[in-house]
Ligand binder design. Structure first.
Ligand code: ADP
Ligand code: MG
Length: 591
């Protein structure tokens, strides 16, 4: 094979692929440009999950007529002059790649005007080449319209997911930016319908209400800044030189939690980044306060000296490197922990009116107290996580039935110890119950038993959750739910499947929606339905940390013995660890 330089257009497409992975990447880059341009209002229009169209309109400074074409050249930027600037970046953009990349893989039009020029410029590019340019009257600001994304990159087009999935990525991204910039007014329409709007009031709390709903927002605690900083919950200015890491934002009270880590959001100097270390710092702060397998919600901004962060790590700019990792970790963990400890026992510290209703407070306190006592469970979980058990874990075997077992007791309010002819069994009570409920549910076939609520319950969802609800409503209806749209992102729940009676319905429904959001839905309707049933059963099942009487333990095991596949939960995780007689003998050196 001869080595040759790639034709410019091939190279451009390859480079574009690094920046533009999916429609949400386009939205991200355009929003960042609007923010960098000093916009106070950003309107986003999406059609068909962004595949057909993404339009971002801002009232920022605009681009001078003489520079518009240059803006679409690769590595052209107004935000960086020399390599020294790279060491302390204060804008969101700096690589000068976004417009060039997006233009290379779409049909793009831009309409833009600066304040001191009488007419604006209107340009159209196809696959990165300029096809028309004219002067046109327009307000100061910029409108970029991206149509037919990846029309010339079939390989990428093939990997785009369903409209609902792409839309979810876009919604998550926009709501994150709205939380990072409470002073900006964001609005979003999907296929012509307004689905999200922030007020631009400058209060993060107002955005939290829009994103998560009032019920959730009420349970969020403002981070207490270090004693010196006055306005504790308000977003501070981007980092200034010499500044220690400053953490602000909101975290959920322990009683409010979610099934996944998706809801821990970080902004470093105003830039949304993914950072597992910082997410871990937050979870550490909740140590022993949360039920096993549950995760907090957090919206946190860390501001620090720009010279202490390297944002030039990845073309999508969604990862950063810290000069002093430990310092940032400690700052986050301390701020969150302090907030939880301070605010849990002392209700009157709150300044927001109407937040601490007596009932809400009592509930919060009992739940926090329960959380505090649950140390053994946490230890058990840690032990499992650090891999103390794996050598003993058998590969889950589907289909083989359990022998009759004798219950010996409950460990850490989470596991059941039982003995059988083949040795010792350590059974996860939650996973076992999930399996039992799942098989019972599947056995109902056509006639699902449903329970009508005495009083319908309103359920406020985030835009992302509402999209899932809309998409899966027909499946939920078949499974015994009666849920109706109630305007905006609110739904009215009238009936639920009988298995859910007695569960915390709100928490359960949110849990189901979140789980569906996370998993990739299989294409076959029947498989999709099974997935939803598994999710319902998970919410209905006995939780870890729940004390069970001897009678309940025996009944649970008896029902598990009756299932067809007792060794795995419906999600495929093991329900039990089996220590055979032979293994025990080996472990004790008897053989
Ligand atoms: P970068 O943001 O890294 O500089 P882009 O390719 O995203 O690179 O944009 C190139 C340049 O075009 C920017 O530096 C900026 O000067 C200009 N620009 C892009 N979008 C806008 C906008 N919405 N308003 C004003 N100027 C813009
Ligand atoms: Mg940019």
């Amino acid at each position: 094979m001869t080595i040759r330089i790639l034709p410019a257009e091939v190279a451009a497409k390859i480079a574009a692929g690094e920046v533009v992975e999916r429609p949400a990447s386009v939205v991200k880059e355009l929003i960042e440009n609007a923010i960098d341009a000093g916009a106070t209002e950003i309107r986003i229009e999406v059609r068909q999950g962004g595949r057909r169209l993404v339009r971002v309109a801002d009232n920022g400074c605009g681009i001078p007529a003489a520079e518009v074409e240059l803006a679409f050249a690769r590595h052209s930027t107004s935000k960086l002059t020399g390599v020294d600037d790279l060491a302390r970046i204060v804008t969101l953009g700096f690589r000068g790649e976004a417009l060039a990349s997006i233009a290379a893989v779409s049909h793009l039009t831009v309409l833009t005007r600066v304040a001191d020029e009488p007419v604006g410029s209107h340009l159209r590019l196809e696959g990165g080449s300029l096809v028309s340019r004219e002067g046109r009257g327009c307000p100061v600001g910029t409108v970029v319209t991206v149509e037919n994304l990846f029309y010339n990159v079939p390989a990428r087009l093939k990997f785009l997911r369903s409209e609902a999935t792409e839309r979810r990525h876009i919604d998550r991204l926009i709501t994150r930016y709205a939380m990072a910039y409470p002073t900006l007014r964001f609005s979003v329409t999907h296929n012509g319908r307004l689905t999200f709007q922030s007020t631009g009031s400058g209060q993060l709390y107002d955005v939290l209400i829009k994103v998560y709903g009032l019920d959730v927002a009420k349970q969020m605690l403002p981070i207490h800044g270090p004693p010196a900083s006055g306005a504790d919950s308000e977003i501070t200015q981007p980092g200034t030189p010499g500044q220690e890491p400053l953490v602000s934002g909101y975290v959920s009270a322990p009683a409010m939690n979610r099934a996944n880590r998706d809801h821990i959001t970080f902004f470093i100097n105003g830039r949304w980044v993914r950072d597992r270390m910082l997410a871990y710092a937050v979870e550490q702060a909740y140590h022993t306060l949360l039920p096993v397998g549950r995760h907090p919600l957090a919206v946190l901004r860390v501001d620090l000296d720009p010279a202490e962060v390297d944002v030039n790590v990845h073309p999508t700019k969604s990862e950063v490197k810290f000069l002093h990792r430990d310092r940032v970790f400690a700052a986050v963990q301390k701020a969150v922990r302090r907030t939880l400890v301070d605010q849990s026992p002392i209700p009157e510290m709150e300044s927001r009116p109407g937040q601490w209703t007596a009932a809400g407070w009592e509930r919060r306190q009992t739940l926090t107290a329960v959380g505090r006592e649950r140390l053994p469970t946490q230890l058990a979980l840690d032990a499992q996580r650090t891999g103390e058990f794996p050598p003993l874990m058998p590969a889950p075997q589907a289909g083989d039935k359990l022998p009759p077992l004798r219950v010996l007791g409950q460990v850490a309010r989470t596991y059941i110890i039982a003995e059988g002819p083949a040795g010792l069994y350590l059974i996860d009570q939650h996973a076992a119950h999930e399996r039992i409920l799942y098989e019972q549910f599947m056995a109902q076939q056509e006639q699902v038993t449903s329970q009508t609520l005495l009083e319908p319950m309103t359920l406020e969802l985030t835009p992302a959750q509402a999209a899932i609800m809309e998409e899966q409503l027909h499946v939920l209806t078949r499974l015994g739910f009666t849920i109706e749209p109630f305007g905006g992102n609110t739904y009215l729940v009238r009936a639920v499947p009988a298995v859910l009676v007695g569960a915390d319905l709100r928490q359960a429904l949110i849990g189901i929606v979140d789980e569906l959001a996370e998993s990739r839905m299989p294409p076959l309707a029947r498989e999709r339905e099974k997935r939803v049933i598994a999710s319902v059963c998970k919410q209905a099942a006995i939780k870890a940390g729940q004390v069970l009487s001897d009678e309940e333990l025996r009944e649970l095991i008896r029902q598990l013995e009756a299932t067809a596949m007792p060794r795995t939960c419906p999600h495929g995780r093991p329900t039990m660890i089996h220590l055979s007689q032979a293994q025990l003998e080996r472990e004790f050196g008897r053989r």
